[in-house]
Design a protein around this ligand. Sequence first.
Ligand code: NAD
Length: 236
Amino acid sequence: MEKTRIVLLGANGRMGQAIHRLALADAAFEIVALVTRSDPKARVVDQIACYSVKEIAAVPDFDVLIDFSLPEGFDTALQLCADRGRALVSGTTGLSEHQQAAITATAAKIPVLWASNFSLGVAVLEALVARAAAQLPGWNCDIVESHHVHKKDAPSGTALTLGKAAADAGADVHYASVRAGDIVGEHLVQFTSIGERIELVHRATHRDIFARGALHAAQWLKSRAPGQYKIADSLD
Ligand code: NAD
């Protein structure tokens, strides 16, 4: 089987480092470039060429760019993939409406899979939330998300995705965010009525679940036709 050639944007971040480590240990992947926001500390790491984001046009040919950066880095990722006609997997959260619209427009030319959460458990939680919201009209729906103190956007992208699933099924959704310690990611979706309450909770205890999901998505996406895909599409 041919290796999936990856360019990794956000390579020195928490998620980037996890993806780098897991890809090195898996013969199905070859990272051909590590891209960081500022000038790289070394030009070669683990025999992989390193670039700063301003040098990104020079990266070698690849199958999929995996982007776990910040909204400021996302546009560069989408543009490079459009220019090269290559696939994009992005987990960057906090994107603007304009950036979401750019994904839809660019997906006419290349395959794009953006997800606010690459865990399988959250994909299932989303379906459970939609079902509960549809069957419990008039109940309060509250989403409480908790993350580590370094997380910049709030509510989290995952909370917004879960909230959209509930809202599309008729719920009036309210959000609360907690930033504390080193919490990897917790999402509580609570449906409350007079005298009873349902709590649906997902707890991520290790960020490797997101990294594994992103690599799985990259391998799946590289041979897809242009289009905008969801994590659930890659699970069939
Ligand atoms: P981090 O702060 O540890 O790393 C961010 C990385 O992005 C760094 O390598 C930084 O150099 C790079 N970066 C920042 N601005 C950039 C720019 N303008 N151009 C290029 N690169 C730039 O963050 P993290 O915890 O690794 O998370 C990264 C992103 O992934 C965040 O948006 C986070 O919310 C998201 N995330 C998504 C999932 C998911 O499953 N979808 C899971 C965890 C985190």
